[in-house]
Write a protein that binds this ligand. Structure first.
Ligand code: CAO
Length: 468
């Protein structure tokens, strides 16, 4: 025979007027013994009130925010003939903001009685989500940008024991769940919304427990926007080179703790020398060793020579990381970034230490042409020890090139410019080349990087030093 049983707030210690901050049931719900009915929050703790009976909820006598005390009737439940009413159950309590380990227990019950976690709250589907519905973009993925932010690192999670238990059951890290409840509390709907978001791809899937604290890149998915909504567009597939170099650049960007160091090199004399040699070459090439019509002597060729001298003086720059080992190379191959219609490629000039500046100019010119014509072979692009990225023919002042792994450093150069330089007595006009050296800090400290930069600048300022 069915009967109506009232479920009341049990002994909650010295607390008299405690607000209801979550209600898990509504009229018509089926509940079991121990299902959480409501969460109460005092100024010191949150407490779940579990049901003492199983049956169907006939009446809910409190609302969110209502203040309750011991004996307040929360709900009326119609029980079946066999549904036994439990004696006053313990509250499931937890210290505010705690992680569960220091849960504050009901003052009237010993810890062993309260140790049992509440079962997950009864199904309260049909409740209106606290989230605004997310706009659909592009392929149907939901735009995560509209999600409320989850907690910042180190912030404490506010959630009732039942929500925590539910999160544990689902394997969800509550730190990642945006809260919409009062006082930034995570309510059950937040959890449901988060899980739905992960399943649909709108929210980044959580990485394995603990991994997000260090190893994994727990990133939001790439925003998907229907650009056509805002104006005319054209979709053009990325070139094969761009796709491959993009993947490499992304890996190098996220995996290498890179720092960029800047230096100015006075190239007044070397540029005058280069221009002179090129003029001689145009006239017949006797003194240059270049045959008439061959590639011009370029600044890039001088830079290659100077860099090899730098690698020889500072061997860490001619190395690669292999786990806990540093592989030091005894050969000197220099890659250079070449801008092509299909994207960036890096041809490699081998054994730069054994070649003259003329040969380097010729070979890099040939490789750059092959790069632009799409004729480079894999062997032409492998084996580099160090890379030079020259934007000097285009402009710019300084930039921060990305290290080309497994190399540990890259030298960027921009356009040289005449600048007033103080020579100790007066400002004199000098041609200054901006250098931007990016180095992997796991291998190269700032002091070493700066020494390298200063050395390269010295070599370029007086190229006779290369012969020393
Ligand atoms: N300062 C001033 N002028 C410079 C200069 C510099 N640092 N470097 C080159 N120039 C001048 C050259 O002297 C040449 O002038 P002239 O025609 O009057 O002789 C002109 O700029 C064109 O040079 P260039 O850049 O075409 O030739 P290069 O040998 O210096 O460089 C190469 C060859 C392959 C490096 C270059 O063509 C290239 O592709 N650069 C782009 C590299 C790049 O994209 N880097 C970015 C990587 S990260 O996204």
């Amino acid at each position: 025979m069915s009967q109506i049983i009232e479920v009341k707030v049990p002994d909650i210690g010295d607390f008299a007027e405690v607000p209801v901050i979550e209600l898990y049931v509504k009229v018509g719900d089926s509940i079991k013994v121990d299902d959480a009915i409501a969460t109460l929050e005092s100024d010191k703790a949150t407490m779940d009130v579990p049901s003492t009976v199983a049956g169907t909820v006939k009446e809910v006598l409190v609302q969110l925010g209502a203040k309750v005390g011991e004996g307040t009737v929360l709900i009326k439940v119609e029980t079946g003939a066999s549904a036994p009413a439990a004696s006053s159950p313990p509250l499931q309590g937890e210290g505010q903001g705690g992680d569960g380990s220091n849960a504050q227990r009901s003052p009237t019950h010993p810890p062993d009685e309260t140790a049992k976690q509440p079962t997950k709250p009864p199904n309260n589907g049909g409740q209106v989500s606290a989230y605004p519905s997310l706009p659909l973009e592009g392929g149907g993925a939901k735009a995560p940008a509209t999600l409320a932010p989850a907690l910042p690192a180190g912030a404490k999670v506010h959630a009732s024991p039942s929500v925590r238990a539910y999160a544990r059951e689902l394997g969800v890290d509550l730190n990642k769940v945006p809260a919409t409840g009062p006082k930034n509390r995570i309510v059950k709907e937040d959890l449901t919304k988060y899980v739905k978001g992960v399943m649909s791809g709108a929210t980044a899937a959580p990485v394995a427990a603990g991994a997000s604290l260090g190893g994994g890149l727990d990133l939001l998915p790439w925003p998907k926007v229907d650009f056509a909504k805002f104006g005319e567009i054209e979709v053009k597939p990325l070139s094969r080179i761009k796709k491959i170099s993009g993947q490499n650049l992304s890996r190098n960007w996220v995996m290498i703790p890179a720092v960029t160091y800047h230096e100015d090199a006075d190239i007044t004399d070397i540029e005058a020398f280069r221009v002179l040699l090129n003029k001689e070459n145009e006239k017949g090439g006797a003194s240059t060793g270049l045959s008439t019509g061959s590639a011009k002597l370029t600044m890039l060729a001088f830079l290659m020579k100077a860099c090899v001298k730098g690698l020889q003086k500072f061997p860490e720059f001619n190395s690669s990381l292999d786990g806990d080992n540093l592989v030091l190379k005894k050969y000197f191959n220099i890659g250079f970034a070449a801008d092509t219609p299909n994207g960036l490629v890096v041809p490699v000039v081998k054994n730069v230490d054994k070649k003259s500046v003329f040969e380097l100019a010729q070979e890099s010119g040939d490789l750059a042409k092959q790069a632009r014509d799409g004729k480079l072979k894999p062997a032409d692009m492998s084996g580099a020890c160090f890379t030079i990225s020259s934007l000097g023919g285009i402009g710019g002042t300084y930039f921060a090139p990305i290290v080309n792994a497994p190399e540990v450093a890259i030298l960027g150069v921009n356009k040289s410019a005449m600048k007033p330089v103080w020579d100790g007595k007066a400002f004199v006009p000098r041609l200054v080349l901006p250098l931007s050296l990016t180095a992997d800090h796991r291998v190269i400290d700032g002091a070493l990087a700066t020494r390298f930069n200063v050395y390269i600048a010295q070599l370029l300022a007086d190229f006779r030093r290369v012969a020393l």
